[in-house]
Design a protein around this ligand. Structure first.
Ligand code: NDP
Ligand code: MG
Length: 390
């Protein structure tokens, strides 16, 4: 019988290795090297960051998706026959023969095609990139079911729910509600009228999590929680009506599941993405690590409050798009990505983010049962439509 310590390390590819999630994945690999070996790493426009990882993990195949940056990558650090470029390079990494699991940690929808390629190649997926599940969750989950591969959630809320469900189906008759927690972001208590003058710098100051800039802005508008409601719908095969949001400013309770007998299970830890990444990689086992344990006496108290849906329309917009389904979630996601980029570049006011998303959704003629082509077309349409409004 094999014991956990006798197991060989899981061979993991990280797409988006230079980002916030990617760096946490590298920390996990450093912390439990007997359980995780990084065999593939990708970056987009950060050759220095990828070079640092390549020095530390010299066995890993590499990909730089931006061709200009790929040219700048030092020849001495290119593993022979295992240095790739462009989107095709991501597919090469996602389907590496030695890979067992692919962590999708690319911001936005750039991870969708590599995720589908990984599934076709029989690799398990760990998904941080919620955008691809919002855009094409039905297609990704159906492909995974067909190929018999696992889709393990990395987003902290969904990882928490996955832990609380302990293998039960989220949409099964024993579960009554999935309760997503939200920090509330930097403007949790801000007067509604003050939001008109919010600067990117203020919106990037997240109270509890250190993350990439796109998701940090999404946390400030609450679109992050809106996207996560739709993400939960696909990951756990539940109707949107059973997914709820509660604001929990300390970000210690990462989410909860309520069962029909009235009991609620929750998962707690510090707000460090190493926890969910490690669980996704070592599941179904729990493995000792060096992460900081919780000290309840030091925490003192945990608070909960209702989200201010009237001030932050993102929640209702996402719920409506998720309930209607079809191409609407893809349109919501694409318009939001364009609007966030414009806000960060100083071309759009903060409330302009949800105004742009709402107007783009309004203008869209939805398709009820879209195939991948129709979803990609809706995504493109929404990007153009939203950009024209800004
Ligand atoms: P970052 O912006 O920190 O990192 C993004 C990564 O993706 C980088 O490695 C970047 O490369 C790469 N990348 C960017 N654009 C492209 C592209 N067009 N093609 C290929 N690669 C690209 O993001 P985060 O790590 O914060 O987030 C990644 C995903 O995980 C997002 O979908 C986010 O919603 C999700 N997530 C993140 C959490 C967090 O704590 N950060 C928590 C839960 C979910 P380079 O650096 O070289 O430009
Ligand atoms: Mg989250």
């Amino acid at each position: 019988m094999s014991t956990p310590s006798a197991r060989s390390p899981k061979h993991l590819v990280v797409l988006g290795a230079t980002g916030s999630i990617g760096q946490s994945a590298a920390k996990v690999a450093r912390d439990i090297p007997e359980r995780v070996r990084l065999v593939g790493l990708s970056a987009h426009r950060n050759p220095e960051g990828l070079a640092a990882l390549a020095r530390e993990f010299p066995d890993a195949a590499l990909c730089l998706t931006d061709p200009a940056c790929a040219t700048a990558f030092p020849a001495a650090l290119r593993p022979e026959g295992r240095f790739f470029e462009g989107e095709e390079g991501l597919i090469a990494l996602a389907t590496l023969p030695e890979a067992e699991m692919v962590l999708i940690a690319i911001v936005g929808i750039g991870g969708l095609r590599p995720a589908l390629a990984a599934i076709e190649a029989g690799k398990d997926l760990a998904i941080a990139s919620k955008e691809i599940l919002v855009m094409a969750g039905g297609i990704v989950m159906e492909a995974a079911r067909r190929k018999g591969v696992r889709v393990l959630p990395v987003d902290s809320e969904h990882n928490a729910i996955f832990q609380c469900l302990e293998g039960r189906p989220g949409g099964g008759s024993e579960v009554s509600r999935l309760i997503l927690t939200a920090s509330g972001g930097p403007f949790r208590q801000a007067p509604a009228e003050s939001l008109a003058t919010v600067t990117p710098e203020q919106a990037l100051r997240h109270p509890t999590w250190s993350m990439g800039s796109k998701i940090t802005i999404d946390s400030a508008t609450l679109f992050n929680k809106g996207l996560e409601m739709i993400e939960a719908r696909w990951l756990f095969d539940v109707p949107m009506s059973r997914v709820e949001v509660i604001v929990h400013p300390q970000s210690i309770v990462h989410s909860m599941v309520e069962f029909v007998d009235g009991s609620i299970l929750a998962q707690l830890s510090h707000s460090d993405m190493c926890f969910p990444i490690q669980y996704a990689v070592t599941w179904p086992e729990r493995v000792a690590n060096t992460l900081r344990p919780l000290d309840f006496a030091a925490l003192g108290r945990l608070e909960f409050e209702a989200p201010r849906a009237d001030v932050f329309p993102a929640l209702d917009l996402a719920r409506a798009a998720g309930e209607a389904g079809g191409t609407l979630p893809a349109v919501l996601n694409a318009a939001n990505e364009v609007a966030v980029e414009a806000f960060l570049a100083g071309r759009l006011r903060f409330p302009g983010i949800w105004e742009t998303v709402a107007a783009t959704l309004e203008a869209h003629a939805p398709i009820a049962q879209p195939d991948l082509g129709a979803i990609v077309a809706a995504d493109r349409w929404a990007r153009e439509n939203a950009a024209a409004r800004i």
